[in-house]
Design a protein around this ligand. Structure first.
Ligand code: DAH
Length: 369
């Protein structure tokens, strides 16, 4: 049988020879594990007389401690070596040029934003902006939405609590804007006609299902000049919708509607074919509502400081997320804002494919999906 000195020598040699953490662990188990040779030796202490047990116990403990500290020392050495090897292996050369196939994807909402601004930009529209936190005047009153209008009801609108006493006096409170229409007023306040703007941005309403999220995106359009008529509105929106869906012709109809800030008001539908699990845009006998529009109400022009006797205008508003869902066949709006990388990989766009009227809008062959 091996004596203690031999055992110690053998184990220490094995420890020193262990080339990686795995073989070091194997050595540890063979010595100190449940069935390891030192553990077995310690178990045999029970058979000795008390005197012998005391002496042998001391010897075993010293041996065990020596082995443990050798294991520990070897382990930290090997860990350092493994870390250094990994660092050397994972080194990246930051001076290398970027590869064209980048990992990132453009969100469908950003893509539609780019497409719509490219189309209206080509028609001579500027992009205007307004704040997400709006005062009641710009969001409602100036848009001819009287104090008792249903759109003001709490279940739609997110009101900001009044600072000092927390009471809500509707007439001078702040909201997070429920639509992009207040940018119409803000633009009129800053700029004299002719005005030709679109205002894309975030909007907020207390609503949540497959086609509604508390935050969503709209695009507002506003044209003001002398002698503007409904014919301009129709021509402009027809050109837009054809360019957007990348088709040469598309059936369009206008249905009378009501918005407090336009008179007359209309909703624009486009022709489509609805079947059980497919929606084909651009042909067929079904209709799909696509946007709201109308001639700017004289009260709205007045609120913006423009004389309605001298100027007329048309306006329109459309849901950007809805356009993305339609054009790219995305069924649930809520998934847009879940920040799931797998979703973005599937529905997102390659960053270098910029949308332009000359280079192509979506680069996916129009209505392919
Ligand atoms: N602001 C309306 C909404 O959020 C959309 C809209 C309809 C805007 C008609 C307009 C318009 O400018 O003319 O439902």
């Amino acid at each position: 049988m091996e004596n203690i000195e031999d055992i110690k020598k053998r184990i220490l040699t094995e420890i020193a020879a262990a080339e990686n953490l795995k073989s070091l662990e194997e050595t540890r188990v063979l010595a100190l594990g449940k069935k390891g040779c030192i553990t077995e030796m310690m178990k045999s202490l029970g058979a000795l007389s008390p005197e012998e047990r005391k002496e042998a116990g001391r010897v075993f403990n010293v041996l065990k401690m020596e082995i443990e500290s050798a294991l520990e020392a070897r382990k930290s050495l090997l860990e350092k070596a493994e870390l250094n090897a990994r660092l050397a292996e994972e080194k990246i050369d930051v001076t290398l040029p970027v590869r064209p196939e980048t990992q990132g994807r453009i969100h469908p909402v950003s893509k539609i934003y780019e497409e719509v601004t490219a189309i209206f930009g080509e028609m001579g529209f500027d992009v205007a902006e307004g704040p997400d936190i709006e005062d009641d005047f710009h969001n409602f009153t100036a848009l001819n939405i009287p104090a008792n209008h249903p759109a003001r009801q709490m279940h739609d609108t997110f009101y900001l609590p009044k600072e000092a006493n927390g009471s809500r006096d509707i007439d001078d409170s702040y909201v997070i804007r429920t639509h992009t229409s207040p940018v119409q007023i803000r633009t009129m306040e800053k700029q004299r006609p002719p005005i030709r703007i679109i205002a894309p941005g975030r909007t907020y309403r207390s609503d949540y299902d497959a086609t509604h999220t508390p935050m969503f995106h709209q695009i507002e359009g506003l044209v003001i000049d002398r002698n503007i008529t409904m014919a301009h509105l129709k021509g402009c929106l027809y050109d837009f919708i054809k360019a957007f869906f990348e088709v040469d012709e598309i059936p369009v109809r206008y249905r009378p509607s009501f918005f407090p800030f336009t008179e007359p008001s209309a909703e624009m539908d486009i022709g489509c074919k609805k079947s059980k699990d497919e929606l084909k845009i651009g042909a067929g006998t079904d209709w799909l509502e696509i946007l709201g529009c109308g001639m700017v109400h004289p009260n709205v022009l007045k609120a913006g400081g423009i004389d309605p006797e001298e100027y007329q205008g048309f306006a329109f508003g459309l849901g950007l997320d809805r356009l993305a869902m339609l054009k790219y066949g995305i069924p649930d709006l809520r998934t847009f804002f879940e920040s799931d990388v797998r979703w973005l990989k599937h529905y997102g766009f390659v960053p270098l494919d910029e949308s332009s009227m000359t280079g192509g809008l979506s680069n996916n062959g129009g209505l392919a999906r």
